[in-house]
Write a protein that binds this ligand. Structure first.
Ligand SMILES: Cc1cc2nc3c(=O)[nH]c(=O)nc-3n(C[C@H](O)[C@H](O)[C@H](O)COP(=O)(O)O)c2cc1C
Length: 244
C-alpha cells in the first residue's frame, strides 16, 4: 500500500494550518521552503467542487514544490462531500484530503458545516464514512476545534471519526464560542493522543516560537501553525531546529 504523507515525515510534523484566503500557493511555498513538512489549503466548499465552480478549482491548485499538500473541504451533506473528495482525488491529486469540523463563523452554523458538526459526532462520522468509501487511496484527515471544555466530549467526537476512518486529526484546542479568545487548552489534545495512540494527532493553537513548540509538543505527532506563519513564514526555520 502507498505510504501516507504523514508516515514519511520525521516527527514532530510541522505543518502550515489551513487559513481561508491565507493558506494559498505563495504562502505555502514560502512555508515549505522555510521548513514546513506539509501544508494545508484553505477550506473549499464541497458543494462548489461538485458544481464545478471554477473558483473552487482555482483554490485547490498547487505546484509540485508544495507537496505534501492536503486539500481541506467543508460541507454538511455526506454524499456531496464524498463526490467532492473523489473529484479532488482524481483531478487535483493532492497528498491528503481533510475535512473541516472547526469553522466557527455564523454562516457555517446556518449551513450546518464547520464547528457546529462537533455537536453531532454520528453525523460527522457519516461524512467520514461516505468520503472513505469514495476515495481510492488518498488518506483522509480531519481538523476540529474542541466541542466544549469537557475533555470527554472531545474524546467522544474523535472516537466517532476515528472509528469511521480518519487517519490523522488536527485539533485547535479552543471551543467554537471562544473564537480566538483566551488560550488553546492543549490538555484535550494530549488526552486524545493518550486514548488513541495509533491515530496521528497534530496540536494547534498559539504556537509562535520554538519555545512554544517545545513546551507544547508533549506526546503529539506534530503541530499546525496558523497566524504566526501568516505573519512570518520563516518561523519554520526556527521551529524545524527541534528535529536536530
Ligand atoms: C484568517 C484565518 C482563516 C482560517 N481559516 C481556516 C480554514 O479555512 N480552515 C480551518 O480548518 N481553520 C481555519 N482557521 C483556523 C486555523 O487553521 C488555526 O486553527 C487557528 O488559527 C489557530 O492556530 P494559530 O494559533 O496557530 O493561528 C483560520 C484561522 C485564521 C486566522
Amino acid at each position: 500500500m502507498k505510504i501516507k504523507w504523514f508516515e514519511e515525515i520525521e516527527k514532530p510534523i510541522l505543518g502550515l494550518a489551513p487559513m481561508h484566503q491565507v493558506s494559498k500557493s505563495p504562502l505555502r511555498i514560502l512555508c515549505r521552503r522555510a521548513g514546513a513538512d506539509a501544508v494545508f489549503s484553505e477550506m473549499i466548499a464541497g458543494e462548489a467542487v461538485i458544481r464545478r465552480i471554477p473558483q473552487a478549482f482555482e483554490m485547490a491548485q498547487f505546484s509540485k514544490q508544495e507537496r505534501p499538500i492536503i486539500i481541506q473541504i467543508f460541507g454538511a451533506n455526506p454524499e456531496s462531500m464524498a463526490r467532492a473528495a473523489r473529484i479532488i482525488e482524481d483531478e487535483i491529486k493532492p497528498d491528503g484530503i481533510d475535512i473541516n469540523f472547526g469553522c466557527p463563523v455564523q454562516k457555517a452554523a446556518k449551513q450546518g458545516f464547520g464547528s457546529c458538526q462537533l455537536k453531532d459526532p454520528e453525523a460527522a462520522a457519516e461524512i467520514v464514512c461516505s468520503i472513505k468509501k469514495a476515495l481510492k487511496n488518498t488518506p483522509l484527515s480531519a481538523k476540529m476545534r474542541i466541542p466544549s471544555k469537557d475533555i470527554e466530549e472531545t474524546i467522544n467526537f474523535v472516537k466517532s471519526i476515528y472509528d469511521a476512518g480518519v487517519k490523522l486529526v488536527s485539533i485547535h484546542a479552543r471551543t467554537p464560542t471562544q473564537k480566538y479568545r483566551g488560550l488553546a487548552d492543549w490538555k484535550h489534545v494530549y488526552a486524545v493522543k493518550e486514548k488513541f495512540p495509533s491515530l496521528y494527532i497534530l496540536g494547534n493553537g498559539d504556537i509562535k516560537s520554538l519555545k512554544d513548540l517545545k513546551e507544547k509538543i508533549g506526546n503529539l505527532d506534530g503541530v499546525l501553525v496558523g497566524r504566526a506563519a501568516k505573519i512570518n513564514p520563516q518561523i519554520f526555520i526556527e521551529l524545524k531546529s527541534i528535529k536536530r
